[in-house]
Design a protein. Structure first.
Lengths: 510, 157
């Protein structure tokens, strides 16, 4: 009998990890109160009830709708979100009177979980998204353009990437990132092979034809222009890398990756030469201590890491509030100070686990769109963490991006939970057992069917010395099929067994 | 709170954080290769049909043929429904091609889960698929030409 690979639901492991993650987030929150005042925060039962309720409900809904979704994604996200909220609450306590942004963040988390659950309940199969390639492009561009619309768009911290609706402000670029990922994946699913194979060759590099690359290049160029116009450095870098990575994955040509890296270098050089604010960022990266007033934020973060050391100061016992914008861009520095290098590494590993799980789902997915979508989303998610944590720790020049699931801010939370919903759907589709082998075109021509059938059957028939009815039948029935690697080969037994009963033959009278 | 307790809780928190990571890594480890089960044991989790990807020009290739068309030879022009499969030969219950090079039980065409399969049943003059003699069960699709003696056949919808 042929084997197929199935993946377990791992419900118990997933549930345990969800509870564990919720407990760790709440533990950080309670420890802030214990360490600062000797007693838990004033309304801790309410916070515990809301957060635990959110986590358990989302686990239940995901198990109900997508039982084969990756068991690790949800717990990892809940851990990151919980730790982030605990740190935001902790930073609230540094002001007098305490700010309420922790409470607000919990409200945003509830809204974001609702969005994620809506995706989980109503989407079910990510392939439905594949049909609307150009609609996604238009929607993504529209979202990117919104902050430039007078009246609702406004600039904050130098980047005009915000819109204001009533009392809420929102960063539409975060959602545009996901929408354009879907658009790129849908387009490249259709055109990936053509991009890779057709076209003129130049210096050993197969250049794609303009009519294949054109539409996507135009879309991408427009989005880059918008972002540069809005002076959103981090987001432009993210979009550029997303585009290069997805074209690389779709065409399987490493020349794209090399070309992309070269272009990043060229763009960095041009930015450094011609744009003042890029030069400031480079300077803050290489010589932060040359200008205390200008680079105070990054310097303060470095001092925070230093005072945290290996094991950290403990929840609520450091001074991460000295760093400006510690709640959003610099939350990694705040966590690094109070949890130390050991804690920060654990957090980075949790990010790594998320990326690894999604890439793994991309590998086992049987269809191109899902694989491209998962790989693209995993890449852009991992890159965002790398850019912002690298910037905070001075591995890279700092560019303003949010730390996914941790930073303060509703738009970041909602778009990242939206991403989680998509990822859960893709992993569910990738991991669920598929007994029904999807019949592709010319499935009857698949070469397994011809190669896997042993020559024994044919040899028995063709033996000239035994044309009698007795001998061919037994030689035919024992199937010496080699263990086939895929489930598809299970079908090869069928024809021989079906024919075997018609054994009486052999009197070949022409 | 005493300093010792604060220190203890701080280390405990970090230890639990890493325990979470190790637990997750263990789930990854045990999930690495999935579990191999016989194909027949697998029940599709949801029986809903997969969402069709719009590829209209390829649709035609997926449909199974339903009849055998004799394109040349003594009985040219005859079409026979394929059904669950047919036997070709001189025996009374078989399809007779009236071809002098045909054996008593010459070949069968059988329906399998992957499509129709043709097999030579030890005939004297053999069965040719696209002008090459077949050995063992061979898939038969609408693009193939089957030949027995002077008779050529195709399957069609």
């Amino acid at each position: 009998m042929d084997d197929v690979v199935v993946y377990e639901r791992r419900s118990v492991a997933s549930f345990t990890l969800v509870v564990f993650a919720l407990a760790l987030g709440l533990g950080g929150y309670v420890l802030v109160g214990l360490n600062q005042d000797g007693q838990p925060p004033a309304d801790w039962p309410l916070a515990v009830a809301v957060w635990a309720g959110l986590g358990l409900v989302s686990w239940g809904v995901v198990r109900w709708r997508l039982p084969y979704a990756d068991p690790l994604l949800l717990p990892c996200v809940l851990l990151l979100n919980g730790l982030g909220m605990a740190m935001i609450y902790r930073l609230d306590q540094a002001t007098n009177p305490p700010m309420q942004s922790g409470r607000l963040q919990l409200g945003w988390a509830a809204a974001a979980v609702a969005v994620m659950l809506a995706v989980v309940v109503f989407l079910k199969d990510h392939r439905r998204l594949q049909r609307y390639t150009y609609l996604w492009f238009v929607l993504g561009l529209g979202l990117l353009l919104l902050p430039l619309v007078p009246g609702i768009g406004f600039a904050n911290h130098g980047a005009r990437v915000w819109i204001k609706l009533g009392t809420f402000s929102f960063q539409p670029g975060e959602v545009a990132k996901i929408v354009l990922s879907i658009a790129f994946a849908a387009y490249l699913t259709e055109k990936g092979d053509v991009l890779a194979k057709a076209g003129p060759r130049l210096l050993g590099l197969t250049l794609p034809r303009m009519r294949d690359l054109g539409p996507i290049a135009v879309m991408w160029g427009i989005s880059m222009l918008i972002l540069v116009f809005e002076t959103d450095l981090g987001m432009s870098l993210l979009f550029f890398s997303l585009f290069v990575a997805m074209v690389y994955i779709a065409t399987r040509r490493s020349s794209w990756a090399i070309l992309g890296l070269l272009l990043v270098g060229v763009m960095g050089f041009l930015g450094y030469t011609y744009l003042g604010h890029v030069r400031v960022r480079f300077q803050a990266w290489l010589q932060p201590f040359s200008n205390y007033d200008q680079n105070w934020q990054i310097i303060s973060a470095q001092f925070g890491f230093a005072s945290g050391g290996l094991l950290g100061t403990g929840w609520g016992l450091g001074r991460p509030y000295l760093t400006p914008i510690a709640k959003s861009d610099f939350i990694a520095a705040a966590l690094g100070e109070e949890l130390g290098l050991v804690g920060l590494f654990a957090i980075l590993l949790v990010y790594l686990i998320i990326v690894a799980r999604v890439l793994r789902a991309a590998l086992i997915t049987r269809e191109t769109f899902g694989a491209l979508l998962a790989a693209g989303l995993a890449f852009v998610f991992g890159l965002q963490v790398f850019i912002i944590v690298g910037g905070v720790t001075r591995l890279l020049p700092l560019t303003g991006l949010t730390t996914p699931f941790m930073s303060q801010g509703g738009s970041s939370l909602i778009s990242n939970y939206l991403l989680l919903g998509l990822l859960l759907t893709v992993t569910h589709q990738a991991r669920k057992p598929q007994a029904q082998i999807e019949t592709d075109e010319f499935s009857s021509l698949h070469d397994e069917a011809t190669t896997a059938i042993p020559a024994v059957a044919a040899a028995g028939v063709r033996t000239p010395t035994s044309p009698s009815s007795a001998s061919p039948a037994p030689t035919r029935t024992p199937q010496v099929t080699t263990p086939a690697p895929t489930g598809r080969a299970s079908d090869v037994d069928a024809p021989t067994q079906a024919i075997a009963p018609q054994a009486p033959f052999g009197g070949d009278a022409p | 709170m005493s300093d010792l307790l604060v220190l203890g809780l701080r280390l405990l928190f970090l230890a639990l954080l890493w325990l979470f990571v190790l637990f997750a890594v263990n789930v990854i480890r045990t999930d690495l290769f999935g579990r191999r089960v016989p194909a027949s044991d697998v029940v599709a989790w949801d029986a809903a049909p997969p969402v069709p990807v719009t590829r209209p020009r390829r649709r035609a290739g997926r449909r199974l043929p339903s009849q055998l068309k004799i394109t040349s030879g003594p009985r040219a022009g005859l079409t026979v429904p394929l059904g669950e499969g047919i036997l070709i030969g001189r025996t009374p219950d078989a399809l007779d091609l009236n071809d002098q090079f045909m054996s008593t039980t010459h070949a069968t065409i059988t329906l399998t889960p992957t499509g129709y399969v043709v097999e030579d049943l030890g005939s004297t003059n053999g069965t040719l698929l696209n002008e090459s003699r077949i050995v063992g069960p061979t898939p038969l699709t609408r693009t193939d030409t089957l030949r027995i003696g002077r008779t050529t056949m195709t399957v069609d919808k």
